[in-house]
Write a protein that binds this ligand. Sequence first.
Ligand SMILES: Cc1cc2nc3c(=O)[nH]c(=O)nc-3n(C[C@H](O)[C@H](O)[C@H](O)COP(=O)(O)O)c2cc1C
Length: 234
Amino acid sequence: MKVLLGMTGSVASVLIPKLAKAFLDAGHDVQIVASEAALYFYRPEKIDKKLKRQQERDPNKLAPAKCWSEVRVWTDEDEWFRSRHVKIVRHFDRYAEQAHQKDDPVLHINLRKWADMFVVAPLSADTLAKMSVGKCDNLLTCVFRAWDFDKPVVLAPAMNSFMWSNPWTNMQMNILSNVKGPNVQGPSGGRNVHFIDPQSKVLACGDEGIGAMADISTIVDVVNGLDETQPKAD
Ligand SMILES: Cc1cc2nc3c(=O)[nH]c(=O)nc-3n(C[C@H](O)[C@H](O)[C@H](O)COP(=O)(O)O)c2cc1C
């Protein structure tokens, strides 16, 4: 299964390499989409020269990864690089061709078409709020806003326990839990956004309480379980 793994601005994003590796070990293909704040907690390590050259030759290619260090981390810069670049250097004609052209691929749509499942782990309070109202101001939330809800979404919130117990969290989770895929069959009644609740731990801020992201093994089990229920191509 093609798993698009979203990471957001929670300390639990440091676990992304382990989570990506666990998905690869389970036989899934993985691409990562990161919010700007997520990169504060996890920056992809330097990628090897061969891989870098490949990515420069074909910057939009969704190439399969053989090991977790080859898993591509897509960021807002990949989506908006060209237009931002043009803004900075707009007085220089020679850069004008870098503006978005009519037939250029649109990254969030390509990622949405590529993926069989969207797993956001960790899900921050901020991205939860944006998703619940359909806001789409970055690559990750654009993918979610364009999502085909016949394909499952798995969300693993991670936040301080004050944020977790705040009434907004429950209200926004309720909205998303009722989002339906029009053709999904089964006991869920078509509901296809699946939450994995956080667990109780000593949190990064030193407080103890519910808010830490669920264990990686729990997340992988949920994804594998949903994979088994998906219609398979002949
Ligand atoms: C050190 C630090 C740790 C944070 N940890 C979390 C967290 O675990 N969960 C959360 O929802 N927000 C956390 N935040 C706040 C988010 O980073 C912030 O709301 C950010 O805007 C989230 O953006 P995003 O949802 O686009 O990734 C943390 C911020 C800092 C500075």
